[in-house]
Design a protein around this ligand. Structure first.
Ligand SMILES: *Cc1c(COP(=O)(O)O)cnc(C)c1O
Length: 389
């Protein structure tokens, strides 16, 4: 079913669904690893790409995976989407396919992404470059060296810095480079980078898309032409999503819009209450009118997301004490689930960075990152207040 002209909630529910002979309203799980053909000619039509069809599950040629990918593409308004076994798998296939001449990473990024870009890809001779969001003037210098891919998150982790997708895309395209946005923090319910000029969207579907902290998966969206070059990388790295996980992820996507809308609303209330709290030095949330990225966020996002960061007054020990006193927020290094989570960047996502590098990136020892779940806002606020008190 092609639902690309329908609203996002409708697409979340109906895009890609295939019904079976028994009238199942949703795509069944095809656990088959291989699929039968009536003749050698029929098999060759699929092998040679003349006809679409199921063939072998590691290739992604499986009805449950096709169905999920059609839904994923529809959510970002993309021509196509590939599903992966994890967010890092999606990034790896993208970097190998389109980043071999050089990758520029702007702003803060997920720890695994930074490690892959800073330590591992250079070992293979792939040049990688890093710029803070405040150093955008330097982008042209790297693009002049022939870097082929610009990669960034927005809002970033953990300072929720907002990067201007349209502006960066325009600059990259002037030099013939492609642009990939990691849209994990925002989710497609709040931001659609392809509509703002990016060439690729990457998701850790482990987070908001999965939404229940019970599956690991990734997604890459873009044009058919650009995704075609990623195909063999996913196939031969063997980083295909399992059909069971694909079905679970499709189940989650049907409620994406209602989940994220509620998370946006609760995060806004929590951010406003925390901004007035005497024990809180600062709140980082794109939905606060005095937040530095607010204007750009307002122009490129439909909602401000469920992630926010606080800076607790005092020192590291005070922040740890507050985190350890929380009872509803669980101490865990992930995000985007129905349950609220808390993590200190200095102990998890940015633990591996040298203290002066953390300081350069504006990441302090008193930062506490919250992933707002679907609990009642009043209960979450009460928990934060007792922990701060
Ligand atoms: C978690 C995360 C990743 C990595 O995703 P996995 O599914 O754990 O491989 C990439 N980017 C961002 C922003 C993330 O939060």
């Amino acid at each position: 079913m092609n639902d690309n002209n329908k609203g996002l909630s409708t697409r979340c529910i109906h895009a890609g669904e295939i019904t079976d002979a028994h009238g199942s309203p949703h795509t069944p799980i095809y656990t088959s690893t291989t699929f039968k053909f009536g003749s050698t000619a029929d098999l060759l039509d699929v092998v040679d790409g003349r006809k679409p069809g199921s063939l072998y599950t590691r290739y992604g040629l499986n009805p449950t995976i096709f169905s999920l990918e059609e839904k994923l593409a529809a959510l970002e308004g993309a021509e196509a989407a590939w599903a992966f076994s994890s967010g890092m798998a999606a990034e790896a296939a993208l970097f190998f396919a389109h980043g071999r001449k050089g990758i520029v990473c702007i702003g803060d990024a997920y720890g695994g992404t930074l490690e892959f870009l800073a330590s591992q890809l250079p070992e293979l001779g792939i040049p990688t470059y890093f710029l803070l969001g405040s150093e955008l003037d330097g982008l042209k210098t790297y693009l002049e060296t022939g870097a082929s891919l610009v990669f960034f998150e927005t809002p970033t982790n953990p300072t929720l810095e907002v990067l201007d997708i349209r502006k960066i895309s325009d600059t990259a395209h002037e030099y013939g480079a492609l642009v990939a946005v990691d849209n994990t923090f925002a989710s497609p319910a709040n931001q659609n980078p392809l509509a703002l000029g990016a060439d690729f969207v990457v998701h850790s579907a482990t987070k908001y898309l999965g939404g229940h902290s019970d599956l690991t998966a990734g997604a890459l969206m873009g044009s058919k032409h650009l995704l075609a070059a990623v195909w063999n990388w996913r196939k031969n790295l063997g980083t295909m999503i399992a059909p069971e996980t694909a079905s679970l992820l499709a189940r989650s996507l049907r409620t994406l819009v209602v989940r994220v809308a509620r998370q946006n609303a609760t995060a806004q209330i929590v951010a406003e209450v925390m901004a007035r709290h005497p024990r809180v030095a600062r709140v980082f949330y794109p939905g606060l009118p005095d937040f530095p990225g607010h204007a750009v966020a307002k122009s490129q996002m439909q909602g401000f997301g469920g992630m926010l960061t606080l800076e607790v007054k005092g020192g590291y020990e005070d922040a740890v004490r507050m985190v350890d006193k929380l009872t509803l927020f669980a101490i865990a290094p992930s995000l985007g689930g129905v349950e609220s989570l808390v993590t200190m960047p200095v102990t998890t996502t940015h633990h591996g960075l040298a203290p002066d590098e953390r300081a350069r990136r504006g990441i302090s020892d008193t930062m506490v990152r919250l992933s707002i779940g679907l609990e009642d806002a009043a209960d979450l606020i009460a928990d934060l207040e007792q922990a701060l008190g």
